[in-house]
Write a protein that binds this ligand. Structure first.
Ligand SMILES: [Zn+2]
Length: 200
């Protein structure tokens, strides 16, 4: 699937409103930090969007232990978030007209317990820095990016490897096969080019 621009009224505002007020604790801190860091990166890279929190929302964020639901034209759709990988999931409501496709809403679901070893559900929860990378990655999906970055650079790499810290607050993430430790969040050149095309 190609990248999908938001509808014209959202594009005009240059803002995407995120509703995550029910989320507290580590995820709440990670969402706040991700929004702050992404906005700084968007500004310095001439990507003309900023994320703000509030309602009415364009992006609704929730946590889940697996199953999730979201409404499409009043009918609940369901899905299941994989908990054996370091990833959330973002589902979008997109409208297709004759020649264009545009986004109307996005729903981001995050794992309640992202583990330092996702394939071992008895391993400890990953720390806030890891959660920050996961949710920032999902916000890029929500902003309109579909396919992962083909290069292993930055937060939009398809596979992220966790580096276990001395404690949760020292956990970091690297694009697969690299030694880049994130945070701080990194956007690859390819990701910036695609974001600029969606948010000119
Ligand atoms: Zn992804």
């Amino acid at each position: 699937m190609p990248d999908v621009p938001w509808n014209s009224s959202v594009l005009k505002t240059g803002q995407l409103t995120v509703e995550a007020s029910a989320i507290h604790g580590n995820w709440g801190a990670a969402i706040t930090a991700a929004i702050r860091e992404l906005n700084t990166l968007f500004k310095s890279n001439n990507v003309n969007v900023s994320l703000v929190t509030g309602t009415p929302a364009n992006v609704t964020v929730a946590t889940t232990t697996g199953a999730y639901t979201f409404p499409v034209n009043g009918v609940n759709q369901t899905g299941t978030l994989r908990t054996d990988i370091l990833h959330g999931v973002t589902r979008s409501i997109d409208y297709q007209t004759a020649s264009t496709r545009s986004r109307d809403h996005a729903y981001t679901f995050l794992p309640v317990h992202p583990r330092i070893n996702p394939q071992d559900q008895t391993s400890r929860d990953a720390g806030e820095p890891v959660l920050r990378v996961i949710v920032a990655h999902e916000f890029l999906h929500a902003l309109g990016l579909d396919a992962h970055d083909p290069s292993f650079n930055g937060i939009f790499a398809g596979t992220l490897t966790l580096n276990e810290g001395r404690g949760p607050a020292q956990d970091t993430v690297s694009p697969w096969g690299t030694t880049t430790k994130m945070p701080p969040l990194v956007l690859s050149g390819d990701t910036v080019t695609r974001l600029r095309a969606l948010w000119p």
